[in-house]
Design a protein around this ligand. Structure first.
Ligand code: F6P
Length: 384
């Protein structure tokens, strides 16, 4: 009987999931192992068990294909997290059922591909005896212990492209164009795309903003003869002393859904400056489609390394990028704490050096040098 490993993708989809599946399937097959894809996230491990055998031919075309051929889910019987720092213990009956089905499928190990929530579940299953390794995925890039998660670069490429397009309209119409991007409570997508896409103002959760400062930047540009301004707003950005803007009421057992800050910012800019201002919410376009070249490489390296860890029996570990290497770190090093944009780090300093405004005290960082970013008081989701 051949050695068999399982793989599942859980949480929100993002570019590169299929590239990881391909790398795992191909590397396993090179070792003479079989790969079983568990369908629809962890739910596929529960009755009725849902899986498919992935043979070598199934790997064709996966490198560039968006989404996940295994399906995914961030709700259901395994929901372990409803907010940052909030962890629910998974029902022991659910864990037992998953372990039973894992054994019945004849699996030697499970490769779990996901972000903070998924890896939090993975850690609980590992502690209950399931041999598994993790692969870090999220467009938000907010996982600890890895310099980049896969999917992030593709999301940034999408946001940068959007800014390039908004730039031409902003310039032609002398408008302020506001682009709202994803990222939850981290401003990685906004910062990277804002710099790469020539943004003039970047608003991120790590640096609460004020409208005086934003409008001063717009005025400064006007005085220089630049009649348009590009503003990039992370969905988790908020006004100094203000609250996160959320998209609708919280659903039971789910993380609060952020969204809407772009429209709020655009309306206030228009009111204060009298300038024609428009907002564009990029939304799930950032999660769709195929991965960039960088993400294809990262996914392929992550997938091959995950299989290597299984071969070495190093369970409870996650593959991680520590340039120039892919390394193994304990899953516990990656979960439970958000990795946010360092407010005095190189990227923010680079942006400031170019005159990009973060909407804080005109040029003055909100957090003094050397001080870590404030912890994020993420809203709790009522679970009644
Ligand atoms: O975590 C990835 C992400 O796309 C966030 O940036 C965003 O806030 C959230 O997921 C959206 O989730 P959903 O697809 O459930 O609306």
């Amino acid at each position: 009987m051949k050695t068999r490993i399982g793989i599942l993708t859980a949480g929100g989809d993002c570019p590169g999931l299929n590239a990881v599946i391909r790398a795992v399937g191909k590397s396993a097959s090179k070792r003479g192992w079989e790969t079983v894809g568990i369908l629809n996230g962890f739910e596929g491990l529960l009755e009725p068990v849902q899986y498919r055998l992935l043979d070598y031919k199934d790997m064709d075309g996966l490198l560039l294909r968006g989404g996940t051929i295994l399906g995914t889910s961030n709700r259901g019987r395994f929901a372990a997290k409803t907010g940052v720092g909030q962890v629910h213990q998974i029902d022991p009956l659910v864990i037992d059922m998953a372990k039973r089905n894992f054994a019945e499928l004849g699996l030697r190990a499970l490769v779990v591909v996901g972000g903070d929530g998924t890896l939090t579940i993975a850690q609980q299953l590992f502690e209950e005896g399931l041999p598994l390794v993790g692969v870090p995925k999220t467009i938000d890039n907010d996982l600890e212990a890895t310099v980049y998660t896969f999917g992030f670069d593709s999301a940034v490429a999408c946001a940068t492209d959007a800014l390039d397009r908004l730039h031409t309209t902003a310039e032609s119409h002398n408008r302020v164009m506001v682009l709202e991007v994803m990222g939850r409570y981290a401003g990685w997508i906004a910062t990277h795309s804002g710099i790469a896409g020539g943004g003039d103002v970047i608003l991120i959760p790590e640096i609460p903003f004020g409208y005086d400062s934003i409008c001063a930047k717009i005025d400064e540009r006007e005085a220089q003869g630049k009649k348009f301004t590009l503003v990039v707003v992370a969905e988790g950005a908020r006004e100094r002393g203000g609250d996160y803007v959320t998209a609708g009421p919280a659903e039971k057992d789910r993380e609060v859904k952020l969204g809407g800050i772009g429209a709020v910012v655009a309306a206030e800019i228009a009111r204060r400056t009298g300038k024609e201002t428009r907002v564009c919410v990029l939304g799930h376009l950032q999660r769709g489609g195929g991965p960039t070249t960088f993400d294809r490489m990262l996914c392929t390296r992550f997938g091959a390394c995950a299989v290597q860890l299984v071969a070495e029996g190093r369970y409870g570990y996650m593959v991680a990028l520590r340039p120039p290497d892919i390394v193994a770190v304990k899953i516990t090093e990656a979960i439970g704490r958000l990795r946010t944009v360092p407010v005095n780090g190189d990227i923010v300093r680079t942006a400031r050096a170019l005159g990009i405004s973060f909407g804080d005290e005109l040029g003055k960082p909100t957090v003094s040098a050397g001080q870590p970013p404030a912890p994020h008081p993420c809203p709790l989701v009522p679970t009644n």
